[in-house]
Design a protein around this ligand. Sequence first.
Ligand SMILES: Cc1cc2nc3c(=O)[nH]c(=O)nc-3n(C[C@H](O)[C@H](O)[C@H](O)COP(=O)(O)OP(=O)(O)OC[C@H]3O[C@@H](n4cnc5c(N)ncnc54)[C@H](O)[C@@H]3O)c2cc1C
Length: 305
Amino acid sequence: MTLSLIIPSASPKIKANVSLAELTSYRIGGQAQWYASVRSQEELEEVFQWYAKQSLPLTFLGAGSNLLVSDEGLPGLVLSSRHLRYYNFDPIQGEVTASAGEPIARIAWQAAKLGWSGLEWAVGIPGTVGGAVVMNAGAHQKSIANVLASAKVATLNGSLETFSPEDFQFSYRSSILQQEPRMVVEATFKLQPGLDRVTVMETTNKNLQQRKNSQPYDRPSCGSVFRNPSPQAAAGWLIEQMGLKGYQIGEAQVSLRHANFIINRGKARAEDVFRLICYVQEQVRNYWSISLEPEVKMLGEFPVL
Ligand SMILES: Cc1cc2nc3c(=O)[nH]c(=O)nc-3n(C[C@H](O)[C@H](O)[C@H](O)COP(=O)(O)OP(=O)(O)OC[C@H]3O[C@@H](n4cnc5c(N)ncnc54)[C@H](O)[C@@H]3O)c2cc1C
């Protein structure tokens, strides 16, 4: 795909031809035709004003920890919220409000240090508050849906709406914003303040340690590639039983530590990862008669196999 440069950028915030590989945990992917990362509501309005005059696709980006971006890059505007940073703990309401760009793990640690319970499970999840809300991120049998009180969401004309948990239509690793993109600007979580700090910290530390022992945190990846088809059948277990750990296409490899992770061994291309995803799906379908559905969001063009 040739990326066009015919539209002049009216704002220094909006940059042309920005590599997305550095902006994803996979370290893979081509360029964004246009890219902007906003630090404030004012900058967001400025970018939306520019965007309203174009006829372009729009992709929201958090920390890029659940994404496989095509080697061909992405047409249109990629709008990142990762530099939108603030948070506030309200002890009267027992709520923490965090902007979309705050790392969810940071909010979880801050809550634990205060002795507030509710986010102990989130401490090992890479990525931002915005991405966590859209993905209904979760671990240790808990997810965002268990703690979200409300969120501020920007429509594509830049106006803000308040979403209740019901508005998000949360289900397993899913929310309505995956089908109807709007930008999460901030989220408020209902927690339990006033608990024993040591106990909350202990649970938080234990959760982190458990994940570090079982997942390849030291290699570029997107976390779990596939959704678990049911609580009884974890995707990683199905893949491991077939001896696919270590299976490799190009520089993409089914992790030796956790079979639901596909890691980038260094110079993997998006196409390598994509072909490996398709291969694993085919093997699991043939052997277990189960269709594995990707949890990773694949953005841009991929070959038809
Ligand atoms: C090592 C590793 C371990 C992981 N473990 C877990 C785990 O245990 N549980 C889990 O649930 N996930 C896990 N993940 C996946 C990932 O961390 C989560 O999905 C995370 O919530 C994604 O957040 P992000 O900011 O990186 O979002 P991105 O990957 O940037 O985006 C994810 C989706 O959200 C959209 N989006 C992002 N920000 C916004 C916004 N502000 N407004 C609107 N849309 C937005 C994007 O368009 C995209 O569709 C793991 C990933 C890695 C690399």
